[in-house]
Design a protein around this ligand. Sequence first.
Ligand SMILES: CC(C)(COP(=O)(O)OP(=O)(O)OC[C@H]1O[C@@H](n2cnc3c(N)ncnc32)[C@H](O)[C@@H]1OP(=O)(O)O)[C@@H](O)C(=O)NCCC(=O)NCCS
Length: 187
Amino acid sequence: MPLTLKHTGTVTLKTPRLTLRRYRTEDAPAMYKNWASDPEVTRFLTWNAHKDPSETAAIVAAWVETYESEETYHWGIEYEGELIGDLAVVLANWKHGYAVLGYCLGRAYWGKGIMSEAVKAVTAFLIREVGYHRIIIRHAVKNPASGRVAEKCGFTREGVQREHFLNRDGKFLDIVMWAILESELPG
Ligand SMILES: CC(C)(COP(=O)(O)OP(=O)(O)OC[C@H]1O[C@@H](n2cnc3c(N)ncnc32)[C@H](O)[C@@H]1OP(=O)(O)O)[C@@H](O)C(=O)NCCC(=O)NCCS
């Protein structure tokens, strides 16, 4: 029997410390300052750190337009009133019911459990409210902090995809694949 997803679009999610919410055009300066301009944050991401705030402004403006679709899941992470990171469904397959998450956080906020808190909330939402069957996290072998986030959120390490991702420096990276199933969601 085919799977039916109930798309809601990006709705606000609250966790004990965080508000996960839609981007607004006025978020661009905070995004530039807190993470988009930092090459250490973008080291394992698909994009280069921004060199000018106008780059960030253009991207945020484009993201805001994507909310017209109820199939967009893209949150800014707000902590103590400041926008400090990003969490999104970067790839989805509706037929087979899986969604792949991508995320990043301002370096000043690393190591406080913030991304794990955000990923837990988004995973529960995508499974319980939207109806996804399987949520996936993938990261470079060289980026174990991301794997630790997956592990702390109850995902299972499924293996390594060898030279699966062509990095911006022209080198192929080995990628670790983690997933959590609907039946494994805690609580
Ligand atoms: C990956 C990232 C989102 C983690 O966010 P965070 O809020 O610091 O994550 P958490 O605090 O919830 O958990 C991180 C865990 O990784 C661990 N960790 C950090 N660096 C590590 C390393 N080099 N090796 C192993 N574990 C590491 C931390 O100790 C922590 O685990 P603990 O709680 O058991 O101590 C953040 O580091 C980041 O934005 N990195 C740059 C962007 C990025 O790489 N995104 C992922 C792309 S796949």
